[in-house]
Design a protein around this ligand. Structure first.
Ligand SMILES: [Zn+2]
Length: 275
């Protein structure tokens, strides 16, 4: 039986072409599996329009599902970002009032011997987007790999009101520093793999009121669908794993994590386009 306690997928790239063949069916499946709100973070200026349109076209046969737009310039696409995209972002926020600025951040992960992709440009774009978020009093959705120290110091300097550290996999000390800055920590499909021992231990130690659920679909799928496209409808696998780790009911995980999101994100009032 599906669990009726409503959940929020705080990170799903529903606008990616991977969902073009069956986006409607995926959304209906979400409703059947307790996911009624999905935050859709954009990744680059050339996709903003598309992401926005998909979030506006949110109707399903069940009619209750809400898609929430976030706008930002993702560090993995740093080569594509131009300075004028920042002023465009500023303008679009005023016009469309997304629920957050994201997906933004730093990716200092090296593949083999390859150097980090333009760390100075990444830092500059991240910093400027944090300033934009602050000016518009919006939370941020952060992607971070191998760059927690520069990320934490920029966040502390900017003095934002908070957001989500997506797919968090740092140390408990780093987690605590993010929490102290008003951030929530996102856990997704990786948690469902028994081999994710360090991540599971981290989830066990963190208070439930600092955690939010996410899928990062179409990427990072859950163990039950290993090798397949991920789906926001699989969020219950993350909920159930977290419930097991924390020795509470799945309904409790859903209730607390949903409240956590609503503390930081104004999901019902800010996603209505003004044009
Ligand atoms: Zn993402």
């Amino acid at each position: 039986m599906p669990n009726t306690e409503q959940m929020i997928d705080t990170h799903c790239h529903l606008d990616f072409p991977d969902f073009d063949p069956d986006r409607g069916a995926v959304l209906e499946s979400c409703c059947q599996h307790g996911v009624f709100d999905i935050i859709v973070p954009a990744v680059s200026a050339d996709t903003w329009r598309r992401t926005r349109e998909i979030c506006q076209d949110r109707h399903t046969s069940l009619g209750q599902l809400r898609l929430h737009l976030a706008l930002g310039l993702h560090p993995l696409f740093i080569d594509q970002h131009q300075p004028q995209h920042l002023s465009e972002l500023d303008h679009l926020i005023a016009q469309h009032r997304p629920v957050a600025i994201g997906e933004i951040g730093l990716d200092f992960h090296r593949i083999g011997k390859r150097a980090v992709n333009d760390p100075d440009k990444q830092l500059a774009f991240f910093d400027k987007q944090l300033m934009i978020a602050k000016q518009h009093a919006l939370p941020v959705i952060i992607h971070n790999r191998k760059a927690h120290d520069p990320c934490l110091s920029l966040l502390a300097q900017t003095g934002l009101s908070g957001g989500i550290i997506h797919a968090f996999n740092g140390s408990i000390q780093q987690a605590q520093r993010y929490i102290d800055l008003g951030f929530l920590l996102g856990f997704g499909g990786m948690l469902t793999f028994t081999r994710s021992r360090k991540l599971r231990e981290l989830a066990r130690q963190l208070p439930l009121d600092t955690i939010v659920l996410e899928t990062d679909a179409p990427d990072m799928t859950v163990s039950a669908h290993h090798g397949e496209r991920n789906s926001p409808a699989y969020l219950h696998f993350v909920r159930d794993t977290l419930a097991e780790i924390k020795q509470v009911s799945p309904a409790e995980v859903a209730r607390v994590t949903t409240n956590n999101v609503r503390r930081v994100f104004a999901l019902h009032t800010t996603d209505t386009p003004t044009d």
